[in-house]
Design a protein around this ligand. Structure first.
Ligand code: HEC
Ligand code: HEC
Length: 389
């Protein structure tokens, strides 16, 4: 696990000033934004005014905002069609939980943007968990998995919910034995991995499936590729705010709209229960206390409610929160400050966020796109599923 130290207070106000330089450079067609470095002594960021004409004239957008690159594949878990298909069946199979009540899709439901629509997830025997289920769409691009980044790879991540007592509550032995008793799974594991079902290989197959859950070709992507009419006037104005006055791009940058860092916004404390220390539990660094991973904003309009604890029901509530500079939390990131947005600017910003919804994955084969609007294909007969209708 990489050390933290990239929490709220550290780098970025200074970086934002670098960003302004880079932005000007972008206007003249030069290199895009440089990765932030700096110190917390820097003065607070100065809002930048960007016009739509400037935006339309850019060949590269600030903050490295742009279309999704090819999905990264792990060298020791290469993609192939049979593995993805096995992973897809496992993802939707409730027999992967001890009481056969929950599949991955119970909390990562294709109908709900691969999240669950709840403020906080509900786990084994109806227990409420401390955090919200993030979408697994585009999770293949994450440098860190989970809100505190405690897993790095999808393979490592998938073992988490399977083994967690509060979630699927399995053991490696029980999983192997249960799947091994199902001839169809036995055959598939033999074919894909050359052995009978194991926890490790189930996690690898699920990870391979998750690498197909990619949502390219959002209206924003078409715009970033140069189709200047792919965004409406309001969406473009929202984008100018996102990279300018509202300064969202300080943290939500790159093709997935996340800096892969951890920041304390101070949203927690609305839900009962002990304080969630967030990234601190992983890094042990004091500045990471209450810091959470910057989530992707792709498909964000599909995955309400918001934040690690579901504190906000709508995007309007999220934008109001940023607009007032966050709430009273003396330790919140200095990158959060009062924005002074008008009602029109708030709704433009939200219009832009909505333009980040991409094509839905078909879900069986990487790279093959049939009808982009079809959700995950039905699971073959004989495999019980949850989360599919
Ligand atoms: C009981 C609900 C539940 C089940 C079942 C569940 N998850 Fe999750 N999932 C969550 C929650 C909650 C988180 C965030 C937890 C945290 O950050 O501590 C999460 C996080 C993730 C992430 C990280 C995404 C990100 O952006 O950080 C991935 C990937 C994921 N789950 C995949 C799976 C897979 C694969 C399965 C089945 C093996 C599964 N989940 C089963 C609730 C669930
Ligand atoms: C200091 C870095 C930072 C800045 C600046 C920032 N964000 Fe965030 N954003 C985060 C982090 C971290 C979270 C998750 C916080 C949590 O869960 O407690 C988040 C969460 C969100 C979410 C919820 C996503 C989800 O899936 O729950 C939305 C929407 C969002 N931000 C939009 C914006 C917009 C719009 C702006 C500009 C007005 C902005 N952010 C500025 C770091 C930042």
């Amino acid at each position: 696990m990489s050390a933290g130290g990239d929490g709220a207070a550290t780098p970025t106000p200074h970086a934002w000033r670098i960003g302004r330089w880079a932005l000007l450079a972008c206007v003249t067609g030069a290199q895009a934004l440089v990765r932030p470095v700096g110190s917390s002594e820097s003065p607070p960021p100065v809002p930048v005014a960007i016009t739509i004409d400037m935006l339309d004239g850019m060949t590269r957008l600030p903050g490295d905002l742009g279309p999704l690159p090819p999905v990264p594949v792990s060298a020791d878990n290469p993609q192939d069609e049979a593995k993805v298909e096995l992973g897809r069946r496992l993802f939707f199979d409730a027999r992967l939980s001890r009481d056969r009540a929950q599949s991955c899709a119970s909390c990562h439901d294709p109908e709900k943007g691969f999240s669950d629509g709840r403020p906080r997830a509900v786990g084994f025997e109806g227990r409420q968990l401390a955090r919200r289920s993030p979408s697994v769409l585009n999770a293949a691009y994450n440098n860190h998995q989970f809100w505190d980044g405690r897993a790095s790879s999808l393979e490592q991540q998938a073992e988490g919910p399977l083994l967690a007592a509060a979630e699927m509550n399995m053991s490696a032995d029980l999983l192997g034995a249960r799947l091994g008793a199902i001839p169809e799974y036995n055959r598939s594991f033999q074919g894909v991995f050359g052995g009978s079902p194991t926890l490790k290989n189930a996690a690898r197959a699920i990870a391979a499936f998750e690498r197909t859950l990619i949502t390219p070709n959002a209206p924003f992507d078409a715009y970033a590729r140069g189709k200047k009419d792919a965004l409406t006037f309001n969406e473009k104005r929202g984008l100018t705010l996102f990279i300018g006055k509202a300064a969202c791009v300080q943290c939500h940058n790159g093709p997935t709209f996340t800096d892969s860092r951890f920041h304390r916004l101070g949203v927690q404390g609305r839900t009962p229960g002990p304080e969630d220390v967030g990234r601190f539990a992983v890094s042990g660094h004091d500045q990471d206390r209450g810091a959470f991973k910057t989530p992707t904003l792709r498909n964000v309009c599909l995955t309400a409610p918001y934040m690690h604890d579901g504190a906000f029901k709508t995007l309007e509530e999220v934008v109001d929160f940023y607009d007032r500079g966050g709430d009273s939390d003396p330790q919140k990131s200095p990158l959060i400050f009062e924005l002074g947005l008008s009602q029109q600017e708030k709704s433009d910003l939200i219009a832009f966020l909505r333009s980040l919804a991409g094509q839905r994955p078909v879900g069986s084969t990487p790279g093959r796109s049939r009808d982009a609007t079809t959700a995950i294909a039905p699971v073959p007969p004989g495999i019980r599923t949850l989360g599919l209708r």
